[in-house]
Design a protein around this ligand. Structure first.
Ligand code: NGQ
Ligand code: ZN
Length: 487
């Protein structure tokens, strides 16, 4: 059942939506691909073998197609890890694209978003996340880091089970088969000082002690479904210095290598407030006061000076870039050239989910650099001149590091998270294999060229569709109708 279907079955008319029953159990498996994108580049005749935990133990190029092993329906790419998501915001995407005051901004968007967050229920969160995760899988993501901060009920009181909303997210991940890194968010203040929280932030607020007990409560639930558990101090404006240090220490005691994500320098206002209070810019302050290393993901490190680019890159932290959300919110442009000049790791997040498509995030990222520098193919490298391929491979590596999950590509020791491209898609059909990722990123016209996708060796998307596509879309629409305000 968990064996990928042979090409004769999967290469069906993409307009025919027939599905095998979803297979949710992992088992050892193998797949043969005529072409596969390995960390070193494209290889021919690649045989993949994975064990019952979904971990690749052999990736052999130039192999003979063995008897009894299924053939991939198209060229294989590693699935993209999504390193930043606030799932509930999916139901709100598209509903803030109107002018509400003379000059809308990140902050006026946030006021609207808080009004929406106030209306989320455990049932609606699960329905929204389930559909979102179906969309992610269909769009090329194999895993997600959930930066989860709506913890309490509408009045700000803890639910009878304090982990209620976290568990809803874990269920959505389990049901859809998306691999999850759950990052419960520590949120304590509305600004530097610390300023007391606003009333519309009441659902987010926790003491450091209650965060640490939530982590203990969630550890077995995560373990039961092989989800990774980490921590997300929301931002320097939302977490005072002593709480930040204590929470990071607490997490480290519980799980020494666990991922730590933080929103760091998204808005210039935040940089100015940080300078006024700490006398340092946010990234510099973080580097000087916390043990920033490879466990860390700096989300929206958009506003850094040259010293911060160097220091943050050398710390080993991943830059969490969310190109379409950062564009949507008018954040500014992350300087990829400086970051890469220092050897910085980076990955992609879909964050507010105005767009849920790994290829489109890469397009936005490369185009922002082109517009800024007035150059082309900015993020290609000497080793990998095809810019789409260079971007894909780098984002998979950085995303895997941020997720704390072995999903860094098609190599032994990594999970079997991969997708096959639809070479019948008009944007890809007939092109040389070297050009396929760039065609997928730059020319597939907002239609997905993902044919199939596997997580942990389990086939989750076939002929472009997840088995839960229709059910999850229906439940999502119903949940949104209940909680959105359309005026
Ligand atoms: C969030 N989103 O936590 O959802 C934030 C907005 C804030 C982005 N930064 C809230 N894109 O930063 O205070
Ligand atoms: Zn965020």
């Amino acid at each position: 059942m968990t064996q990928p279907t042979p090409p004769s079955m999967t290469r069906m008319n993409p307009h025919h939506h027939e599905h095998a029953t979803p297979c949710s159990t992992r088992s050892a498996g193998a797949l043969f691909a005529g072409h596969a994108l390995l960390p070193s580049g494209w290889a021919r005749n690649v045989l993949l073998r994975w064990d019952e935990s979904g971990r690749l133990h052999a990736v052999q190029a130039g192999a003979e197609p063995p008897q009894g092993v299924a053939h991939a329906p198209g060229p294989l790419l590693p699935a993209m890890p999504n390193l930043h998501s606030h799932a509930f915001q999916r139901a709100f995407a598209g509903l803030t694209e109107f002018r509400g005051q003379d000059q809308d901004s990140f902050w006026s968007w946030r006021d609207l978003m808080y009004r929406f967050a106030a209306r989320i229920t455990p049932e609606s969160l699960e329905a929204i996340a389930t559909w979102l995760y179906v969309e992610m899988l269909e769009a090329g993501y194999g895993s997600v880091c959930e930066f989860h901060y709506v913890h309490h009920d509408r009045s700000g009181r803890a639910y009878a089970d304090d982990a209620e909303l976290s568990l809803a997210l874990l269920r959505a991940a389990r049901r859809t088969g998306l691999a999850m890194t759950l990052l419960p968010v520590l949120y304590q203040s509305s600004g530097f000082g610390p300023r007391p929280p606003r009333s519309d932030q009441a659902r987010f607020i926790r003491s450091t002690a209650s965060m640490l007990s939530l982590l203990e409560r969630l550890a077995p639930a995560c373990q039961a479904q092989q989800a990774v558990l980490g921590l997300a101090p929301h931002s320097l404006r939302a977490v005072p210095a002593d709480s930040l240090a204590e929470a990071v220490q607490g997490l480290t005691a519980l799980a020494p290598g666990a991922p730590i994500h933080i929103h760091i320098a998204e808005q210039t206002q935040e940089v100015e407030d940080c300078l006024a209070f700490y006398g340092q810019r946010p990234v510099q302050w973080l580097l000087d006061h916390l043990p920033v290393d490879r466990r860390w993901c700096l989300v929206h490190a958009t506003h850094m000076d040259a010293r911060e680019y160097a220091g943050a890159a050398h710390s080993g932290a991943v830059a969490g870039i969310c190109p379409t959300t950062e564009a949507n919110l008018g954040d500014g442009i992350f300087d990829m050239r400086q970051w890469l000049a220092h050897g910085g790791a980076w990955g992609l997040g879909s964050d507010s989910h105005a767009c849920v498509n790994a290829a489109e995030e890469l397009l936005m990222l490369e185009y922002s650099q082109r517009l800024f520098l007035r150059q082309r193919n900015v993020l290609a490298t000497t080793a990998q001149p095809q810019v789409g391929t260079a971007l894909w491979l780098a984002a998979v590596q950085g995303g895997a590091q941020a997720a704390g999950r072995s999903c860094a590509g098609l190599a032994p020791g990594q999970q079997a998270d991969f997708l096959s491209l639809d070479t019948e898609h008009p944007a890809l059909n007939g092109l040389p294999v070297q050009a396929l990722v760039s065609a997928h990123v730059f020319a597939s016209q907002r239609t997905s060229a993902v044919h199939s996708l596997w997580v942990d060796g389990v086939l989750r998307v076939q002929a472009g569709r997840h088995a839960l596509h229709d059910v999850a879309a229906r439940d999502f629409v119903a949940a949104r109708a209940k909680i959105a305000e359309f005026s």
